[in-house]
Design a protein around this ligand. Structure first.
Ligand code: XUL
Length: 517
């Protein structure tokens, strides 16, 4: 019975999902929350260290502790020797900096000691800046200027410079810590770092995640020389060539065979970004459907046959890990963190939050919340919550305000994709909440479909493992058995809310525009 494992190394947790492809079943899903298990060892909150002034990092060693914990949990559920291939997904954009000992340490891992104690000496930088870091505004401008302007970077890489993208982060590291940069032999992403540990050798960045760096030529799917040169000196020497997502990187490291009983011929595929993997995990391998992921970040993304770019910097374009197509994406920093901020501010739990949302009126009687609890990506603004015609003491108004803001903003800022959104495929933790999805269905005026797992990134990774192991099976046949909405779970829009939401879209747009300036 062929089994495939997908690993999702995400901001707040690391998860594993095992599928078997005879009966097309999900056999196991396990998730290790970083704060719950490791907050005593690492000074983290919600999986990250907020260093102030927009600087947000995490610890690669924390992710390795999570990986060990995940495998020991999975070993109790599944015969891991049956797994034929592993692929994975990582929070996008985060960079990991390794020294010249990394390659040999990865190759000589012993199954007798855990990963973090054996690999603690391989970093030229102990922390990794992650996607929540918004401290590189200056570097974004410098990189755009360095390649001949914003439009030149857009043309070369498919994206304007974003603060969270890897290139600006690498440039800042080179500028602020030149000695540590000089001591860096290899720079990887979260995805390629975890894949390297699994394979026991340095594994390259795949094109799906490579497109979130401001460094990859979106058409050729190779590193883009002018962008590399505008970012940091001798950067090309520090990056392995971009990998095809579907070509195995090699067998799993003996560490995992000795310690957890994986088979020596279990293959490791390059890991990709969490959003590119979710694209696969929701079955978006042909044009037409749009996905909504409600997690630490909220994202709305769509499959594209040809790259279409966001000239105003609202969104991003990535290569799809099916190795031939693309995806368009908008990403919000104030996803679950904003929902949780409101929940906590008003002393609610998820049940009372949901009841409050259910009993309040669509359109919020004209009350609007701009939910910038932290710095925001779309639009690119600093932290600072703004209320219009909404009293801060109005619990129901603020609960509805945060969800309507998220839904309305995703409606407004997805126009550049040029897609008529006729249905949304929901994933991510908050997609389990029917009342939240109802607001998205009403605002977008289309049905929202739900799936067996809310972790499409891990499922997408498992499906990528299947496809990499059996490349002759076409993508639609790989995804079709696992990516059907659960019968009866679709949430349909209520046409009677249309007037309220048309008015809210217009009012929200005006307020946002006057706030951003
Ligand atoms: C996408 C983005 C986030 C991260 C974390 O561009 O920054 O969605 O991938 O999940």
């Amino acid at each position: 019975m062929p089994l495939y494992l997908g690993i999702d190394s995400s901001t707040q947790s690391i998860s594993g999902l095992v599928i078997e492809t005879d009966e097309n079943a999900i056999l196991a899903q396990e998730s290790i929350n970083f704060d719950e298990h490791f907050a005593r060892r690492y000074d983290i909150e919600n999986g990250v260290v907020d260093l102030g002034s927009g600087v947000v990092h995490s610890y690669p060693l924390l992710w390795l502790d999570g990986l060990d914990h995940l495998f020991s949990t999975l070993r109790d559920r599944i015969d891991l020797s049956q797994i034929s291939a592993i692929a994975g997904s990582g929070q996008q954009h985060g960079t990991v900096y390794l020294n010249d000992r990394a390659s040999s340490c990865l190759q000589s891992l012993s199954g007798n000691r855990d990963l973090s104690s054996q690999l603690s000496g391989i970093f030229s930088r102990q922390t990794a800046p992650i996607w929540m870091d918004s401290s590189t505004g200056r570097q974004c401008l410098e990189i755009e200027e360095g390649v001949g302007g914003r439009n030149a970077l857009l043309d070369l890489t498919g994206n304007t410079a974003f603060e969270r993208f890897s290139g600006p982060q690498i440039r800042k590291f080179y500028q602020e810590e030149p000695e540590a940069y000089a001591d860096t032999s290899y720079i990887g992403l979260v995805s390629s770092f975890i894949a390297s540990v699994l394979a026991g050798r340095l594994v390259a960045v795949d094109a799906g995640d490579g497109s979130g760096t401001n460094l990859m030529d979106i058409r050729t799917r190779r590193w883009c020389k002018p962008a590399m040169e505008a970012t940091a000196p001798d950067l090309a020497e520090r990056m392995l060539p971009v990998a095809a997502s579907g070509t195995p990187a090699g067998p799993v490291s003996p560490y995992f065979t000795q310690r957890y009983g994986l088979a020596p011929d279990c293959q490791v595929l390059p890991f990709s970004g969490d959003n590119p993997c979710s694209l696969i995990g929701l079955g978006l391998v042909e044009p037409g459907h749009v996905a909504l992921s409600l997690g630490t970040s909220d994202t709305l993304f769509a499959y594209m046959a040809e790259p279409r770019v966001s000239t105003e910097g609202e969104g991003a374009v990535f290569a799809s890990p099916d190795d031939s197509h693309y995806m368009a994406l908008i990403c919000y920093m104030n996803g679950s963190l904003a929902r949780e901020a409101i929940r906590d501010q008003y002393g609610l739990n998820w049940d009372s939050f949901t009841d409050t949302l259910r009993t309040s009126a669509p359109g919020n009687d004209g009350g609007i919340l701009l939910p910038y609890f932290g710095p925001e990506i779309v639009p690119n603004v600093d932290a600072g919550v703004l209320r219009k015609d909404l009293d801060e003491n109005d619990v129901a108004g603020n609960v509805r305000g945060v969800i309507e803001a998220q839904a309305v903003s995703s409606y407004i800022h997805s126009r550049w994709m040029g897609i008529d959104i006729t249905s949304l495929y929901g994933t991510g933790g908050a997609s389990a909440n029917e009342e939240i999805l109802k607001v998205f269905a009403d605002v977008h005026g289309c049905p929202v479909h739900r799936f067996e797992t809310t972790n499409a990134a891990a499922l997408g990774a498992a499906l990528r493992a299947h496809q990499g192991h059996q490349p002759d099976i076409p993508w639609p046949s790989i995804v079709e058995p696992f990516c059907q909405p659960v019968t009866g779970s679709t949430i349909r829009p209520d046409p009677s809310t249309r007037g309220a939401y048309d008015a809210l879209v217009a009012a929200y747009s005006d307020l946002e525009r006057s706030h951003v300036g």
